[in-house]
Design a protein around this ligand. Sequence first.
Ligand SMILES: Cc1cc2nc3c(=O)[nH]c(=O)nc-3n(C[C@H](O)[C@H](O)[C@H](O)COP(=O)(O)OP(=O)(O)OC[C@H]3O[C@@H](n4cnc5c(N)ncnc54)[C@H](O)[C@@H]3O)c2cc1C
Length: 308
Amino acid sequence: MEWKTELAELVKTDGNAPTSRLRFDEPMDKHVFFGIGGLAAAYFEVSTVHELAAIAKLKKSWNLPVATIGRGSNLLVSDNGYRGIVLRLVKEFDQLEFDGECVSVGGGVSLPRLSKVSARQGLSGIEFALGIPGSVGGALIMNAGAWGSSFGDVVERVRVMTDKGEVIEISHDKARFAYRRSGLRNYFSVTGAVLRLTPGDAKIITDRMNELYNKKISTQPFAEENAGCIFKNPPNDSAGRLIDACGLKGHRIGGAEVSKIHGNFILNIDNATAEDVLSLVQHIQACVKRTTGVALQIEVKMLGFEDE
Ligand SMILES: Cc1cc2nc3c(=O)[nH]c(=O)nc-3n(C[C@H](O)[C@H](O)[C@H](O)COP(=O)(O)OP(=O)(O)OC[C@H]3O[C@@H](n4cnc5c(N)ncnc54)[C@H](O)[C@@H]3O)c2cc1C
């Protein structure tokens, strides 16, 4: 049996016909904010821990590449696509449950939803995330953050699935959160977390959340397709400032353009390819290095490139 047949069977045996949740040769451009990317050999919206464990086993037995993605808001997919299975966590992974100051949240929950619901509950700590269009899983992997706060700051425990298909909980310290990264990439998938928030006044928290959101949308591009900040900020500096200082705002290669609003964003303004984006990335890195001596590191994650 081929792995695709086994995958389709696996969905069927769970009582669901392999319809819309499982697709073969799926265009990835419609699953990522950049609107760029070739075909994934398979795309599967995973509903249960049981299904996810079965995919972990499938990966092992067929030696297949498998990647869990979130909302695709920090992802550049190759023009050649991805030769394995792309997973997105839905249903069982898209739930949150409050218990006093703690919230248990699934990896598929969107950050804006988490931010808004927490504020309504009178819980502070996650206000910064209303303007970050990712999922909890993506935020844990990336240690997403803004305005001096990072997701890892509020994490007490993380739930991950191992290569053997077992869900285990790991402590905050073991998750090794650092600036825009964590040690969670080594697990098969990140399925959720328990966050500890700080009680406060719901109105004050909501006002603060809205204030940060409005500040963000007035200084960063939200209308065009992009993947957030393309480079990490170097220590004690800002990548956007360096790119601006090199006169690169508005610079264009193919359909990709450096935002005129914020230099650290690359926009897909006219059917850009991943090649266009990477050429622009290299051009920016070379100019910034030549002019300022700083080597900018890419923040956006890559999928389907040979040297991943
Ligand atoms: C307009 C805009 C503004 C943004 N602003 C910010 C900002 O202020 N601060 C900030 O930090 N980021 C920002 N981002 C980037 C992005 O939203 C964050 O990095 C976010 O955390 C990514 O989440 P995601 O679910 O979209 O992850 P994806 O982009 O889907 O994936 C990112 C990486 O995480 C992996 N991954 C995702 N989910 C899982 C999972 N469950 N298990 C295992 N691996 C997983 C993927 O394989 C990939 O390697 C912005 C993006 C946009 C488009």
